[in-house]
Design a protein around this ligand. Sequence first.
Ligand SMILES: [Zn+2]
Length: 467
Amino acid sequence: MRWLHACIGVSALLTAACSSPDPVRPVALARQAPTEQSATGQIAQGSPEQPEPTAQPMATEPPAAPKPLPPKSLPAPPSAEPMVAIRLAALPRSQSIVLKPSGKVRILQDGDSTSSAWTTQGNLSIRAVSNGWKVSRSGGGAPASEREFASGPLHLEPLSKADEIRWNDRDWPGEMQLHETDDGIDLVMRVGMESYLPGVIAKELYPSWTPAAYRAQAIAARSYATVESDRWEGRRHYDMVAGQLSQAWIGATDNAKANEAVRQTRGQVLVESGSVVPAYYSSACGGRPANAFGTVTDNPHHDIASVSTGDGAARKDGCCGGSSVASWKVVIPVSTIVSRLRAWGAANGRGDLAKLDALARVEVADRNAAGRPLAMRLRSVRGGDLEIEAEDFRRAINAAGDAKTSIKSCDCDVVIQGRDATITGRGFGHGVGMCQHGAEAMGRAGRDERAILGRYYPKASVVRAWK
Ligand SMILES: [Zn+2]
């Protein structure tokens, strides 16, 4: 199961180095997230989903690690708007959390009645103390005051739905929750799907893009989030992170195009065979899409036609060919590539890579039906070969987080001459599902969101799940 290494991440990770929306596409499975650049840290604090092990442990083996959660099947379209829990940040325990609700909030804990809650307003500062939480309130024309709460999740509920809680210079809709974790505090917003989505697509797409691309993105993001919300229910205290391991989220937004696209597509999700599609999407596929299964997810239930390369039809007729990331080139010292591959190998259980020799050649060892690389072969100057999954190759090169020496996709060719490697490639991101640049090209050509989604999720139909 080598590809398990490959699904860890996201493809587009380095992309945040770019100035705009290009980048983020959802990625479900994230065993680790070495390059996530937001404050959200790593995604997988719960047990990652994994296929059931096929081999029975021998009686003489040491006790097995906790059994991984079985992979979750895809949900039917919900009949009511789901709530989603988004982790904004994983903070150190020592950090004071400074909040400014726009109106009154109720502060309470699991099992508390609203009548025993502390209803207050003004500036709040919350910190973890030895036996729970200390909440300090100031401003708002009332005397400063302080309350202590026991250990356990702390909830802050705005009394009015129209109110938001300001944190880190942004306004966040929904209820805020603080969860103690083994190594810190998770800051989580629990919010209705339709209130969540505008702040996703406002960040995912460029402001100049067409309303049709916005609507297609809204439906894809809603479908993806619906699957994630079902997937983690009762398993973890959040469904997604606000960042590149799930989808971007900037909280409340006054971006009219984003708000309108969500309003116009309210409740609409992509459905295949009665189940909601995990509608992964990517910045630019380079004309050669990837299959979701094995690239961004190892959940076999996600191996469905809508997010697979199917018959391998490459997207030759345009797609993102006219975009700024259709093709790219970067020159990286070979020694830098070797040291990054070694570091990635050491950190990811690939002892052979950790001892990689100087490189003579890097070539594509395997491709999917659309022609996108699946594996790269590394030939050392002494003649030995090692293989690495193509997405892992990208992840390894990009782990340093240096935009000038990163690669935008794994669909690339490497030519080594002297001390340098010249890497030419196509597209941006993991290439699964909707291609954002391709969607925008269709929008500019006058196509609507149904035509866009029909191209990128060819076996799915758009269904209005809730009103
Ligand atoms: Zn494309």
